[in-house]
Design a protein around this ligand. Structure first.
Ligand code: PEP
Ligand code: MG
Length: 845
């Protein structure tokens, strides 16, 4: 009597080679026949065969059944069930950083000027590497026809067995060497494929039908690789390359040929290939592999995963790689997404400087990326990221986000003819959940209407769209759209700490209805044995004032809340957030609004539920002390602001913030509150200038290098995240007129949103450089003024113009020239600007 059980696949990337090899290893310890059926597609697999399991194309959450029959069926079924239910999910070792790195297809200025030739691609493993280009030929499998056409099947069988045994020994020996876990995991999976009854079975079957050993290998490769390539799961599709690699090695073995495609590296090398099997990468002498350039590898292929685990800068989707020059000195820039075809000494110099800059930035910002934000009196404030696309997720966690505070999913639906499918959404949400590695991910369901329109959701023209049909209000009429999204979110909840959140809630009825939809979807998944987290928290945005007055009831129904201060303030003050004429009315620092927030914080707190802020107020430097003073311990800000906000929090004290808040609450006029907050902001702000922004140079040879040095100095301090764009902005200014003001001084400046924090950086050169200055004299002291676009009306620009005025003064210039070190320069500016709050505060800090 066969024993059966069912399960839902818990592997977020589907049943791929590594987990399949664990299952096959258990099944093989029993004599019973073990059959796994994918109930979605109906395809059945022999559980002792890794290939057979992966060819069954089992996706995350697919319902499956297992049928075990034979003399040891009961213990065999029990062992398999135990493993599948308790251990399988943990064998899905995370595929790190699955999404390709977003890059802007533009060269940094210095490389543009050098006229370097590049080929763009998609960065799949970050980093920069240089070396001699080594082109590795394609991996076409071809069986040379046997002379005379006839052959002895017994002999051909023997050749297969011998080739398999030789390759098995080679992999086993390799496994005895010290290897990374990614590497040994992949080799073990290859061993399992090689030992797989299905592979050998297919080859032997072909030989019985008249094929030679070589032909049988080629045919088996085509058979299995094709099956995998047809999968609609990209991870499984890319496993075709692994089979390809194994069959290539078998073929090499039986043909007795010296491995045609194995290349010996003897110097730092950039490996260029149309595509590369993981075996080929493993066969290379790693100490020489500095970069990888491929035309047709997927970003989730084992080759790319290996490259990432080995830290090899990798580009994929590079066109016509086989046309690239061989033997040339190449540079793979997998931070920006291109390969430089022929490097030169200036290019090398550019990248050497870049590598030093990266290292310095890493050291300067490390503490904010790895630890939570803490006030000076040790209160922890979680800083999560607001994201709107899959691409932002990895960047968020690299910046040290403590979670995703709001995933604005509507961005996935905009500018499309059709909504994204459940599968497409699921892949994105599950990726977010995996990338979060245990941190929470709040997925907000579709928030359209108002200023966001969709082609497939009918919203008739309204006089007051912001007071109209938007957010949760459109769900009942578009229930299928919501149901698909909730299914994708609930399925992703099996892959991490997913929370679902409804936008624009104004009544309890909406919450009850929304919760019922979530429950309905969960019932449906359960009935189909599809995995989900039954305790997935359900929450709501607090962004319509009415919701703040029914917090008792809402807190009873919901697990968490997030303050959407953008909408909450527009509805509170009845001032359209998109109308500049009234925008200043909706001031979140107004005592009236702060009292309202205080009431909400108390209301939520008294029910022990969590409350975060994800509106723009959370990233506004003047408002941060107010949020801390209100008692909030979770905020969510745009990805680019995570590090800056964490750093800023570390300058405040909770007890001071509470005092500040009570003071602000007493001001009926918002201008008074603003003045007080400006003072506090200046006191705690990262100043315009800090000691780290003063550079005493030893090795600057040109104006270009001086400007790059200043831009890099801001980058190291986290004051810009996009040096290339900032540099372009400085040069755009410079092209209008030279900023060499004479007397050996230059004042380059710019206003750009590539600047995170307005800054003054000073560079004192050892050797003067030409600046095309008004008096024709070379420049010794460069003062760089960098402002944000939004600084247009504030204090910073006044400081900049005052500094520029001071530089007209002979005495001031002379003192600056004489000031021999950082301290002396700081002391001078401190004295000069002691009445100007931003600079003075900075200098004291
Ligand atoms: C808000 O209203 O504050 C909010 C975060 O939502 P959105 O800006 O997406 O409307
Ligand atoms: Mg909103």
């Amino acid at each position: 009597m066969p024993v059966t059980f069912k399960f839902a696949c818990p592997l977020s990337h589907g049943f791929h080679a590594r987990p399949a090899s664990h299952v096959a290893a258990i099944a093989k310890t029993f004599t019973s026949e073990c059959v796994l059926t994918n109930l979605r597609s109906g395809s059945a697999a022999d559980m002792k065969s890794v290939l057979s399991i992966i060819a069954a194309d089992i996706h995350f959450n697919d319902a499956c059944s297992v049928r075990v029959q034979g003399i040891d069926e009961t213990p065999a079924s029990a062992a398999l069930q135990r493993f599948i239910e308790h251990d399988l999910a943990a064998r899905d070792s995370a595929l790190p950083d699955l999404l390709p790195v977003e890059t802007r297809r533009e060269l940094p200025r210095a490389l543009r000027l050098l006229g370097v030739q590049v080929q763009f691609g998609q960065a799949a493993s970050r980093g920069i590497g240089a070396g001699k280009a080594v082109v590795i030929g394609g991996i076409q499998l071809r069986a040379t026809p046997i002379e005379g056409g006839a052959h002895d099947p017994a002999l051909e069988e023997q050749r297969i067995h011998r080739a398999v045994a030789a390759l098995r020994t080679r992999i086993q020996n390799k496994l005895l060497e010290p290897l990374s876990s990614a590497e040994s995991g992949i080799l073990e999976a290859h061993l399992a494929i090689l030992n797989d009854a299905a592979l050998a079975g297919r080859m032997l079957e072909r030989i019985r039908e008249g094929d030679s050993a070589a032909e049988a290998i080629v045919e088996a490769n085509t058979f299995f690789a094709d099956k995998l390539r047809r999968s609609d799961n990209s991870v499984l599709r890319e496993r075709a390359l692994d089979i390809h690699g194994i069959c290539r090695e078998l073929l090499d073995n039986i043909s007795g040929a010296k491995k045609a495609t194995t290349v010996e590296l003897r110097q730092p090398s950039v490996v260029v290939a149309e595509s590369l099997a993981p075996q080929q990468l493993l066969a290379l002498d790693r100490k020489w592999v500095r970069g990888l350039v491929m035309e047709s590898a997927g970003t989730t292929s084992h080759t790319v995963i290996l490259a990432r685990s080995l830290g090899i800068p990798t580009l994929v989707a590079v066109k016509d790689v086989l046309m690239l020059p061989t033997e040339a000195e190449m540079v793979v820039d997998a931070n920006r997404g291109f390969v430089i075809l022929e490097s030169t000494p200036p290019v090398t110099r550019f990248y050497e400087r870049e590598s030093r800059t990266m290292q310095r930035r890493k050291q300067a910002l490390a503490r904010y990326a790895t630890s939570p934000a803490r006030t000076v009196d040790a209160r922890t404030i979680g800083v999560s990221a607001n994201v709107a696309s899959a691409e932002e997720i990895d960047a968020a966690f690299q910046s040290g986000a403590d979670g995703i505070g709001v995933f604005r999913t509507e961005m996935l639906f905009l500018r499309r003819e059709q909504p994204p499918s459940e599968e497409e959404q699921f892949e994105i949400y599950a990726h977010a959940a995996c990338a979060a590695a245990g941190k929470p991910v709040v997925i907000r369901t579709l928030d359209v209407g108002g200023d966001k329109r969709l082609r497939f959701v009918k919203i008739v023209a309204e006089d007051n769209p912001f007071l109209g049909y938007r957010g949760v209000r459109i769900y009942q009429e578009n229930a299928e759209l919501l149901r698909i999204q909730l299914r994708a979110i609930a399925r992703a909840s099996a892959a991490g700490r997913v929370r679902v959140m409804a936008p624009m809630v104004s009544t309890l009825e909406e919450v009850l209805w929304f919760k019922e939809q979530v429950a309905e979807v969960q019932r449906e998944l359960k009935a189909n044995q599809i995995a989900f987290d039954p305790s997935m928290p359900v929450g709501a945005m607090i962004e319509v004032p009415s919701s703040a007055f029914i917090l008792d009831q809402l807190a009873h129904e919901l697990d968490f809340f997030s303050l959407g201060t953008n909408d909450l303030s527009q509805y509170f003050f009845a001032a359209d957030r998109g109308n500049p004429k009234v925008a200043n009315l909706a001031n979140v620092r107004h005592a009236a609004f702060l009292k309202f927030l205080q009431q909400i914080v108390h209301g939520v707190e008294s029910h022990g539920k969590s409350l975060s802020v994800c509106g723009d107020m959370a990233a506004d430097m003047r408002s941060i002390p107010l949020l801390i003073g209100l008692g909030l311990q979770e905020i969510s800000v745009p990805v680019a602001d995570v590090t800056t906000v964490k750093e800023r929090i570390s300058r405040h004290s909770y007890s001071e913030c509470r005092k500040l808040l009570s003071e602000v609450l007493e001001y009926p006029l918002v201008q008074d509150a603003e003045r007080l907050l400006d003072r506090e902001s200046a006191r705690s702000a990262r100043g315009l200038l800090s000691p780290e922004l003063i550079v005493l140079s030893t090795d600057i040879r040109s104006k270009e290098e001086a400007i790059r040095e200043l831009v890099d100095t801001l980058y190291v301090q986290g004051r810009t995240d996009d040096s290339d764009r900032l540099e372009d902005a400085v040069w755009a200014r410079e092209s209008v007129y030279s900023t060499g003001m004479g007397h050996g001084f230059a004042v380059p400046h710019c206003k750009s949103d590539a600047v995170n924090t307005a800054s003054i950086a000073i560079l004192k050169l050892k050797e003067p450089v030409d600046w095309n200055a008004l008096d024709g004299k070379p420049v010794e002291i460069v003062i760089f003024l960098a402002a944000r676009e939004s600084d247009a009306e504030n204090e910073h620009l006044r400081v900049f113009s005052r500094l520029a005025r001071n530089l007209m003064d002979d005495d001031f210039r002379e003192q600056l020239v004489k000031a021999g070190d950082r301290e002396a320069i700081l002391a001078l500016l401190n004295k000069e600007f002691s009445q100007v709050k931003n600079v003075a505060a900075d200098l004291r800090g």
